[in-house]
Design a protein around this ligand. Structure first.
Ligand code: NOJ
Length: 555
């Protein structure tokens, strides 16, 4: 590992925190979270230890898909603030060593975007080719729609022009024609604009959908991935250490192509949806097997690239890459009621309620996620164990206001409750029981646990930069994995079952070569011979650092 690499490729050892400004903190009392409120909480985030903030869409929007339906790529939603407030957030975050990435919407706009308003007037509009049209009746595409509760086809007939336009998501989100060089130019200008404002990179929404659209409509160079290479090259020219973190929910082998294959010249990062889904299957079965399969099947990454690991995000917990049988197993374990499920493929729940609020299991899950190679990504409220609001529609169930205190509206806003952008969770996971203030100074709280985990994780370059080996064990419920970097390794052991276990763990090398420290308890561990007998409580976990005489790695 070279220090020059670690400082340039910051995303390989970052801790990402995703939030929606409108539900984080409302500083002006209108019931809607705002940038002014977020600026006041940057110190909370810095103390938590995160190093990268991912802001969900902040652009002007009719808000029919929670901001993922944009009417102006260059604007800030007036409800959230203005450029001045945004720059304050970015400046404060940078001052505390936190980078800021924002959602980048390339696949579609809102149907109220001026481009689409013009395009639907007919073939003579200068923006007609910004979107994808057909003039004949489309085939049945019911299986391709992303939101089957709302749409039946990915084509909708536009009454005005009489033609059909493409939209993989809601009908009010027409897909952009990314095969049109004029559209790519617009997108590059958008990227350039936000970089000039100090933004450090982008979470690129719905990547495979626009690549697929390019395939359908035909790209001038014949290569639909060309657009990703163009974006990446442009990004690098404008800001050398900016990052593209893609939402690419595809099998691992296909994801490889989105890193740019061996060249690694497309997305630097991608969420690992496969490992996430197989983690839930492993937790449901109390069997490490599904997770081992996912981790060992991960393709090798090109240099400079990285996985983003996560347990929950702002969408449903999608289980779409499991088999029907596996999905039903996870549903039965973590969301058996119909009102907990969405689109037939996922759960509209947060982690703690899925695990019956069992603190041992919740901590096990976070320990696991933070110990995997990749960059851990948290969704706001996870650090305090927030629950969901099943009464909220669809994915909005997990997008409730941040719970800061046990005061009115959980300390999120001083507005009357009925004026809030979204209701605060009302049940046993509501602010009375779960809030940041109560946990901040409690050394036994989940918040303190997550903070400690982040701090340990940040001191483990092995996990962001090393090579992974899954260490075989005889116990099916136990995952042992190690990440090696130069002369140092981090070895983590997780017991996915409720029963205590003792597992012999092969260390490799000789006794004399090892200095071992338990990174979570800070105890020195003395192995006897080449194996270490590791005793774990039910749902127990341990992280060890093995130093082989390396001067540079701190035990
Ligand atoms: C993926 C986003 O995560 C989701 O929230 C959104 O609805 C769709 N893309 C459409 O933008």
């Amino acid at each position: 590992m070279r220090i020059t690499d670690t400082s340039d490729q910051w995303w390989k050892s970052a801790i990402i925190y995703c939030l929606d400004v409108e539900t984080f903190l409302d500083a002006d009392g209108d019931g809607i979270g705002d940038l002014q409120g977020l600026a006041q909480r940057i110190d909370y985030l810095a103390e938590l230890g995160i190093t990268c903030l991912w802001l969900m869409p902040i652009y002007p929007s009719p808000d029919r898909d929670d901001g993922y339906d944009v009417t102006d790529f260059y604007g800030v939603d007036r409800r959230l603030g203005d450029y001045g407030r945004l720059v304050e957030v970015v400046r404060t975050a940078h001052d505390r060593g936190i980078r800021v990435v924002v959602d980048l919407l390339i696949n579609h706009t809102s149907d109220q975007h001026p481009w689409f308003v013009s395009a639907r007037r007919g073939p003579d509009s200068p923006f007609r080719d910004y979107y994808v049209w057909r003039d004949t009746e489309p085939p049945d595409t019911a299986k391709q729609v992303v939101f089957p509760d709302a749409e039946e086809s990915i084509w909708t007939r536009d009454e005005q022009s009489g033609h059909w336009y493409l939209h993989h998501f809601y009908a009010h989100q027409p897909d952009l024609n990314v095969a049109n060089p004029a559209v790519v130019d617009e997108l590059l200008r958008t990227i350039g604009f936000w970089l000039e404002l100090g933004i450090d990179g982008f979470r690129v929404d719905a990547v495979p959908f626009f690549v697929e659209d390019i395939e359908t409509t035909g790209h001038p160079t014949g290569d639909p991935h060309e657009v990703l290479r163009t974006m990446r090259a442009f990004l690098g020219r404008r800001k050398g250490d900016a990052v593209l973190l893609g939402e690419v929910n595809l099998p691992h082998e296909q994801q490889r192509e989105y890193f740019g294959g061996e060249a690694g010249d497309e997305l630097q990062m991608m969420f690992d949806f496969i490992t996430m889904q197989r983690t839930y299957l492993a937790l449901a079965r109390a069997d490490a097997g599904p997770l081992v399969e996912a981790l060992t099947a991960r393709p090798a990454l090109p240099p400079g690239c990285q996985w983003a690991t996560f347990l929950r995000n702002h969408d449903e917990l999608t289980l779409d890459k499991l088999t029907e049988e596996e999905r039903q197993e996870v549903f039965a374990a973590f969301g058996p009621e119909p009102e907990m499920q969405v689109y037939g493929r996922g759960l509209k729940r947060r982690l703690p309620p899925m695990l019956d609020g069992d603190p041992r299991r919740v901590r096990l899950a976070y320990s696991l996620m933070f110990s995997l190679p990749g960059t851990p990504t948290l969704f706001y409220g996870e650090e305090i164990g927030m629950g969901e609001d099943l009464a909220a529609h669809g994915r909005m169930a997990v997008r409730t206001p941040m719970q800061w205190s046990d005061g009115a509206n959980g300390g999120f806003s001083t507005a009357p409750a009925e004026q809030l952008v979204q209701a605060v969770v009302a049940d046993g996971y509501g602010p009375r029981f779960v809030n940041a203030a109560a946990q901040l100074h409690d050394p036994d709280s989940l918040l303190s646990f997550v903070k400690a985990l982040i701090s340990v994780r940040r001191s483990c370059p092995e996990l962001g930069w090393g090579t992974l080996e899954v260490v075989p064990t005889e116990h099916p419920a136990v995952l042992v994995h190690r990440c090696d970097l130069d002369d140092s390794s981090v070895l983590a052991v997780h017991n996915l079952s409720a029963d205590p276990v003792t597992v012999p763990v092969r260390l490799g090398g000789t006794e004399d070569e090892h200095r071992i420290i338990d990174l979570l308890s800070h105890e020195v561990v003395s192995p006897e011979g080449e194996e270490l007998e590791m005793a774990l409580a039910g749902y127990g976990h341990r992280w060890l650092r093995l130093c082989r005489g390396a001067l540079l790695s701190l035990p």
